[in-house]
Design a binder for this molecule. Structure first.
Ligand code: SF4
Length: 295
């Protein structure tokens, strides 16, 4: 049962409760296997304990709304929201493909993602997990339908896009909806990746003690290492607001600061485990996170 801290009206609550996402009759979904096996299993172990508020589901709800509208308006040659299955070493893997666009002798496999402008500014070629997901989809399409896949990409729908920022800020997306094309790995590479991820996830099935689960990797924790920012001073003697350069080690920062000959200060920026701190529903139960905090 979710709380409703901000008194969202009933239509929101009903829409969130009726969100019928399912992985179909499958052991694993494509989005599940690209994520952390630890988190995937924690979702099962703590499913009755995690406290959520309806507001946590607002952005996923907007994403679902966009999917529904676009599915209804697809071109007649294209295929929308097709759920596909394949067998991987005895396990059933599924994925729901947002859009397959007819392209000569084959199809382009596309996914819709509602995201922020900063995500694209920092990841102009898309996020690593987007590329992984789309490559799994390409294999699902080829293996389960026999259709040829000619390319993959994400239609990024930028929920906080600003006309004022576009064209001014380097790397800022030029429109509120942009296609991020991704590299299609060769068929063997895709299959090797899928098998390794299915194996990792199958190994945590049945584990109910979180301390026995494999740890989340740095990437899975969205971890950032400690850095050292060098700030110089401007003519009136005040410190610049933006760092002149940021380094991975104190030595590099010191050498740079001294080398410029101007007055400077070095600010130590603490490392972060962004997902653990702000996004993971299981941090209060997680022994790995407790250990991270203690160290
Ligand atoms: S709190 Fe951090 S380490 Fe623990 S499950 Fe969540 S992301 Fe992984």
């Amino acid at each position: 049962m979710s709380s409703n801290k901000y008194n969202l009206p009933k239509p929101f609550l009903k829409a969130i409760e009726n969100d019928g996402y399912t992985k179909g009759d499958a052991d694993f979904s494509a989005t599940q296997i690209i994520d952390s096996p630890r988190i995937s299993r924690m979702k099962h172990i703590y499913k009755d304990k995690v406290k959520k508020d309806y507001y946590d589901s607002i952005f996923p709800l907007l994403g679902t709304a966009v999917h529904h509208i676009l599915e209804k308006n697809k071109d007649e040659d294209d295929i929308a929201e097709e759920r596909l299955y394949m067998n991987v070493d005895g396990f059933v893997l599924s994925g729901q493909i947002d859009l397959q666009v007819k392209d000569g002798d084959g199809y382009l496999v596309h996914d819709y993602k509602t995201t922020s402008a900063s995500t694209l500014t920092y990841n102009p070629d898309g996020k690593r997990e987007w590329e992984e997901q789309l490559n799994i989809y390409a294999t699902l399409v080829e293996e389960s339908t026999g259709r040829k896949v000619n390319g993959i990409g994400v239609w990024a729908i930028i929920r906080d896009w600003s006309k004022v920022q576009a064209g001014r800020k380097e790397g800022y997306p030029e429109a509120p909806v942009v296609l991020v094309s991704m590299s299609l790995w060769d068929a063997q590479e895709r299959m090797d990746f899928i098998r390794s991820r299915v194996l990792k996830h199958s190994m945590v099935e049945g584990i109910d003690d979180e301390s026995k689960l494999p740890e989340c990797t740095k990437e899975e924790r969205w971890a950032k290492d400690k850095t050292y920012a060098v700030y110089n001073f401007i003519a009136n003697g005040s410190q610049r607001k933006r760092a002149t350069r940021v380094f991975d080690t104190a030595d590099e920062a010191l050498t740079f600061g001294k080398g410029k000959g101007d007055a400077y200060v070095i600010e130590e920026r603490m490392g972060k485990n962004t997902r653990c701190e702000s996004w993971c529903d299981f941090k209060e139960y997680c022994s790995q996170y407790k250990q991270i905090i203690e160290n």
